[in-house]
Design a protein around this ligand. Structure first.
Ligand code: ZN
Ligand code: ZN
Length: 321
């Protein structure tokens, strides 16, 4: 560290690690978020809009631990409830009713309110501590917070890996949660609503939140530990992807333009709604392949196909004997 940087740090007390070098952050004199953003925009012209916002946030906060913790907490709250809001409006005003998977069961305001209170309580109690300890862990694992961000192909590849692994993790543990005491004492809470709605995505027992939540936060941690080369912005994009997937799969609506209509292996609301309706089968979160391979697909169509397969198998056995 140069003498000028050391003297700047001693003057302002802290320099963020958001830039590769210490001098850039230490030289910023602005005190408001807007003035910091303007200073960064004029001196770091190579950065794009989101990178400038990201750097301004870290410089403005003057505390990287707080900056990462608060950013994750706000990201979760804004993206989760922000994504739930359109579904609430659609339910409330009866829009798109012909695309509702279970059209006779509409969540009441009382149900939505009870669900909202429970989810908020869970966010503050279960998720507050891990969020506040995330930055020190990122530093230990070498998860970068510096600008510029990695290129889009690297980010997309990493998010695709996390999607695949989370789906597998979700399949195994969700299926486990349907066994006797696990269901009775833990998973039953999530199945309170046989016709789910957006807000119900995170309505679950704290043990379930932690166990299934590991599928979302655990794999980026393991990835960073083994391979290195992970950026915190990629983790943010992954968390938002996963939040949108979870809320949408609980929305209760299957549109002609839903993703599963274009990607037949994408689960979507149609897949998870059947799970809530029949309490059995369709255990995966994002994709349909594990339920297909493990023969745990839910609903009358899958049940009829399963019975037909079993009947054919028995008939073949009889013929052979
Ligand atoms: Zn379940
Ligand atoms: Zn569910």
């Amino acid at each position: 560290m140069s003498n000028s940087t050391a003297s700047l740090i001693s003057k302002i007390g802290f320099v963020s690690q958001v830039f590769e070098d210490n001098q850039t952050a230490a030289a910023i004199t602005g005190t408001t978020f807007t003035s910091i953003y303007q200073e960064i925009s004029s001196s770091q012209t190579q950065l794009h809009f989101l990178e400038r916002l990201w750097a301004s946030w870290y410089v403005y906060m003057k505390n990287d631990v707080l900056a990462t913790g608060l950013m994750f907490f706000l990201l979760h709250e804004i993206m989760y409830f922000g994504r739930c809001l359109p579904w609430y409006i659609i339910d409330k005003f009866g829009l798109f009713r012909k695309y509702k998977i279970q059209p006779t069961v509409i969540p009441t305001d009382k149900e939505q309110w009870e669900c909202l209170k429970s989810v908020l309580k869970s966010h503050f109690i279960v998720e507050a501590l891990p969020i506040w300890t995330f930055h020190p862990m990122c530093m230990k694992l070498g998860i970068s917070v510096t600008v510029p961000f990695p290129d889009y192909t690297t980010m997309l590849k990493q998010i695709a890996i996390f999607l695949f692994l989370e789906d597998l993790w979700h399949y195994v543990f969700h299926r486990l949660f349907h066994y006797s005491i696990f269901y009775k004492y833990i998973h039953k809470q999530h199945h309170k609503y046989a016709a789910p709605f957006g807000l119900a995505a995170e309505y679950a027992h704290p043990i379930e939140v932690m166990a299934l939540g590991f599928g979302t936060v655990g794999f980026p941690i393991i990835y960073a530990y083994i391979f290195n080369g992970l950026h915190l912005f990629t983790v943010c994009c992954w968390v938002v992807t996963r939040l949108f997937q979870a809320v949408d799969s609980h929305s209760g609506y299957d549109f002609p333009w839903s993703l599963n209509k274009f990607l037949p292996f994408w689960a979507g609301a149609e897949h998870h709604d059947l799970h809530h309706h029949y309490f059995i089968g369709n255990y995966a979160s994002s994709f349909r392949w594990w339920d297909y391979v493990m023969d745990t697909e839910s609903g009358p169509v899958a049940k009829a196909a399963r019975e037909k397969r079993m009947k054919n198998k028995t008939e073949r056995k009889v013929k052979v004997n």
